[in-house]
Write a new protein. Structure first.
Ligand code: NAG
Ligand code: NAG
Ligand code: NAG
Length: 185
């Protein structure tokens, strides 16, 4: 009888360690096996894992060359900024929350309009295979995210997370655009 008790004890220990093993085992980590291009690009951004995760959200990334990848990056940035712009409109409709600075939100609305327009111009140029102005457009987009964030001054910004995302996506666009324009740099 005592023996059975010991057996069930060791069984529960076994299950416990098995569960720990499963949960930390690296087999199913989210970091995919990235292509050399994605690795090169993301190593030049300020947040490697954000860059890899964002690009791999697109199923075409594993087969993408520079040109496909820059198209993917601009589209991701565009989608991200338009969802943030919708969010800003929602906040404004709800009277800017209560403690939020309404003027700051209005300012952000126009910043995001500028950011979207810059990314949109980039996408038009991509359609006509003109690459030389892309770094400038992506730079303007990144600046619009920073402008929005700084419009809150020292006070709490409800958009920090989204501004960081748009800025980081614009940064990816900058890196790939530069890679296309200066392949040997
Ligand atoms: C990805 O995995 C394949 C095979 O599984 C391997 O040949 C390739 O070198 C890997 N690429 C990278 C960047 O690790
Ligand atoms: C990088 O981005 C991830 C989100 O993908 C975030 O959790 C992390 O804090 C970021 N790291 C830095 C150093 O900003
Ligand atoms: C934009 O980026 C943020 C932060 O990574 C993410 O939570 C959000 O889902 C993204 N939105 C789109 C439409 O890509």
């Amino acid at each position: 009888m005592g023996n059975n008790r010991i057996k069930s004890h060791s069984l529960s220990f076994f299950i416990f360690f098995f569960a720990v093993f499963i949960s930390i085992h690296p087999c199913c980590a989210s970091n995919p096996n990235v292509t050399k291009l994605v690795d090169d690009v993301c190593a030049k951004t300020s947040n490697y894992s954000f860059c890899v995760d964002s690009l791999y959200a697109d199923p075409l990334t594993p087969e993408a060359d520079k040109i496909s990848l820059v198209n993917i990056a601009f589209r991701l940035a565009y989608e991200n900024a338009s969802s943030t712009q919708n969010h800003i409109e929602e906040l404004l409709k709800n009277n800017g929350g209560s403690s939020q600075c309404r003027q700051c939100l209005e300012r952000c609305g126009s910043d995001y309009q500028k950011g979207l327009s810059a990314i949109g111009k980039g996408m038009n140029d991509l359609d006509s295979e003109n690459y030389d102005l892309l770094p400038g457009y992506a730079d303007d987009a990144a600046r619009s995210a920073s402008d929005c964030e700084s419009s809150f001054g020292g006070s709490h910004s409800p958009l920090t997370f989204m501004n960081n995302a748009f800025k980081a996506l614009s940064e990816i666009c900058i890196v790939i655009s530069n890679l296309i324009n200066n392949p040997h740099k």
